[in-house]
Design a protein around this ligand. Sequence first.
Ligand code: ATP
Length: 309
Amino acid sequence: MHARNLTKRFGALAAVNAVDLDVPRACVYGFLGPNGSGKSTTIRMLCGLLTPTEGDIEVLGLRIPQQAEALKRRIGYMTQKFSLFDDLSVRQNLEFLATVQGLSQRAGKARVDDLLRWYRLDDRQQQLAGTLSGGQKQRLALAGAIVHEPELLFLDEPTSAVDPESRRDFWEKLFDLADDGTTILVSTHYMDEAERCHRLAILDTGNLVADGTPAELTAKLQGRTYLVRASSPRQAKDTLASHPDVLSVAQIGNELRVLTRGSNADADALRGCLDGTNVTAEVTSVEPNLEDVFVVATHGQARREEQLA
Ligand SMILES: Nc1ncnc2c1ncn2[C@@H]1O[C@H](COP(=O)(O)OP(=O)(O)OP(=O)(O)O)[C@@H](O)[C@H]1O
């Protein structure tokens, strides 16, 4: 799947701005970004639900939106709203979707039997979908999205409404699908989920601000992350945050995680910054993580906007 110069404007707002994307087959590709950064809008354009203002899209060898009709049967789409029929049973939901996707009654029944078993819903097949727990609804929605064995699956924040164990379980299912050759594009707010993806794109105010494997993205931040254990974390935080080379300081328990703008501000510079205050502190260099990548990627954009304003 490829997109070039993908742009969507709603009036004066560029919800998605000149985004280039390349998603390899059988890859779990993550889409990360703050609220309103354009993740859903991008996904909707890629699956042919929304027409771009500008740009070219090729999905599974088809030009989108021109060939969106031919794409429909080959993709699955699931959002956080799960789009289930609450008044139909678990089995009826899946059988309905199988019919909509053009499976014969026999093939549909066999496929639904398999899905109910794989997604551990076989003992609940007569239960109304509206009465399932969040995690069960999510499994049913995923089963529904893949009833026609799509080659490509779009998942728009599929785990927002479920507990951590259900999220983990859900991701196991995604990797099973990817192992079988399904390409998965998934948007998320959760760093632990982003960490699991084969590749990631970070969006901010409609712009693609970073992309690569999680390891590539974190490697770029080597030498910029520090842990500070201070006698007075709040005071140390205020002092460090005012240093021009410090991009962010986050308090985690009694420790501070400091992210610098470049390798100019090293551990000695941070210690120097706290000299002259009555705070005693221990500063150590730590490995960057994806949250750091996210902060850098989204801060950069905010800064550019400040400069433009
Ligand atoms: N149909 C529309 N008309 C006008 N503005 C829209 C429309 N759809 C989306 N937007 C705007 O485009 C921007 C991007 O929205 P989008 O839903 O793609 O973001 P998102 O990254 O998916 O956010 P979230 O994580 O909150 O779901 C937002 O400012 C939103 O208000």
